[in-house]
Each structure stands twice: as C-alpha cells, then as structure tokens.
Write a protein that binds this ligand. Structure first.
Ligand SMILES: [Zn+2]
Ligand SMILES: [Zn+2]
Length: 259
C-alpha cells in the first residue's frame, strides 16, 4: 500500500509460508500466522495502532487473535502496539529477561532529546524527529507493565511459531533476535538495519551511534546471529534482506555504524 501519511502507509510481504513482514516508512513488524496461532514480533509506534490493526486484517486475523507479542527490545518504535494489545485485550507480551526493565521503562536505554539536539546538524535527523514525534502521541516512554520473560520449551520460545531466541545485547542490554528455523526467517530487530532516515547508508549496517546503549557490544554481538538456516532477514528498519543471513551479518559487521 502507498500513500504519504505515515499513519496509513504500509506494505505486507509474505516472506514464507507463515511469516508476514509489515514494512512502514519508519519501523517494521512481523506477524507469524499458523495453525498453532498468531505471534506478533515488535509492534510499531503508539500512533501506528490503526496501521497495526489494518496489517493484521490484511493477513486475515484480528487483534484479539494475537496469542503473544515478542518484543526484540524496549524502544518506543517497537512497543506501541504491544502496549495497546496488552491493555485492550490482555495479550501476553514477552521479552528477554534482561530486557524486561526496558519494556517496563524502569530502565531507559533510548536516545533522548539531548542526543537528538547534539546531532541535529546531521542530514536526516531533523526530518526524522519531525516525522516520528506525532507517532509517539506525547509518550516517548510507553511501557508494558505486564511484560514477562520469554517462555521457554525445549530451547525454543513457547509461542506460536516456536522461534529460537538469540540474545544480541548492545543496542539495548537484552536485545533479542528470533530465528524461525522451519520458515528460514531471522527477525533481527535493531541488531542491524538496512535503511534509516538518519543514516546515509543502504543495506545491512548498524544504526547511528546515538541509538545504541553500547555500540561496541552491539557490533561484537553480531557474531551470535551466524549459523542460522535463515534465507530471509527481517530488520526493524528498512527492507528485508533476501539471501543467506550470514551474508547480511558479514556486511553489517564490516560496515558498522555511519556515525
Ligand atoms: Zn531500537
Ligand atoms: Zn527501532
């Protein structure tokens, strides 16, 4: 779907039998839909609530069909829909145990106004912040009070799709990627991205430094994303990577962050 209103514009790509990549101008999310249920991975900004519902509708499910939400990390652009689903439908929300404080917002490891002002001279920063401010709906720190650690069964996350969790700390302390091994799809959140308004780069790379809690650790952690069977990589920002995940990890590691 096209359009210039960021609250409306989205595109759904079916990247495997059961996984759907929902791409918007500023952030992405992923829907697993199978006979075992529906899992949402990340959930957009608070102001993208209607867009989230529309994307679920496009896939053929309703918001209350979502069995669980997995959040890669507790940043406002990934948490908005999780707050809504938890409050409205009591949907369980899960994150890595070390990320729970970021999702509850008892800990904030997110770029703030000072970081943005310090970097406002860089191309793309002012247009980016101007575009995303309305999507925050006045709440730069949305929180999911009920978030629980990832439920584990047999080395997998015990939600529909049964992904394998891969802890890739650095962007935030408990940032986690999810490997849907039977689907051949790796959901990497902000471990690396393929495009962002504040970055001059395209293709796999790390977000600009102000977005990372610990950039050096984020870069070192990329090795943990190697050796999955994935042939599709879905980042939190930018287009999908179609090809072996290890090749995307190589490019992201070599490229690093633009600034
Ligand atoms: Zn982030
Ligand atoms: Zn993000």
């Amino acid at each position: 779907m096209g359009g210039t209103d960021p609250k409306r514009a989205f595109r759904v790509d079916r990247v495997s039998d059961r996984l759907h990549f929902v791409h918007t101008e500023h952030v992405n999310w992923v829907v697993y839909s199978g006979p075992d249920g529906v899992t949402l991975i990340d959930s957009g900004y608070a102001g993208q609530r209607d867009l989230l519902a529309a994307s679920l509708d496009a896939i053929g499910c309703r918001p209350d069909d979502v069995s669980a939400v997995l959040v890669t990390h507790g940043h406002a652009d990934h948490l908005g829909g999780a707050v809504w689903l938890a409050e409205r439908f009591g949907t369980p929300v899960h994150a890595h145990a070390t990320e729970v404080p970021n999702v509850q917002r008892t800990l904030v490891q997110q770029a703030g106004p000072v970081d943005v002002l310090r970097n406002a001279w860089r191309p793309g920063v002012v247009p980016w912040v101007t575009a995303i401010l309305p999507l925050l709906e006045g709440r730069p720190h949305p929180a999911v009070a009920t978030v629980a650690p990832l439920p584990e069964r047999g080395g997998r996350v015990d939600v529909p799709g049964m992904p394998r969790a891969i802890h890739v700390g650095g962007h935030t302390t408990g940032h986690t990627a999810f490997s849907f091994e039977e689907e051949g799809v790796l959901v990497v959140g902000d471990a690396f991205v393929t495009r962002h308004r504040t970055s001059p780069l395209a293709g796999p790379h790390l977000l600009p430094s102000m977005f990372h809690h610990d950039l050096a650790r984020a870069r070192d952690s990329l090795v943990r994303l190697r050796n999955t069977p994935a042939r599709v990589v879905l980042p939190g920002h930018g287009e999908a990577w179609i090809g072996p995940a290890d090749a995307a990890v190589d490019v992201a590691s070599e490229t690093g962050a633009p600034w």
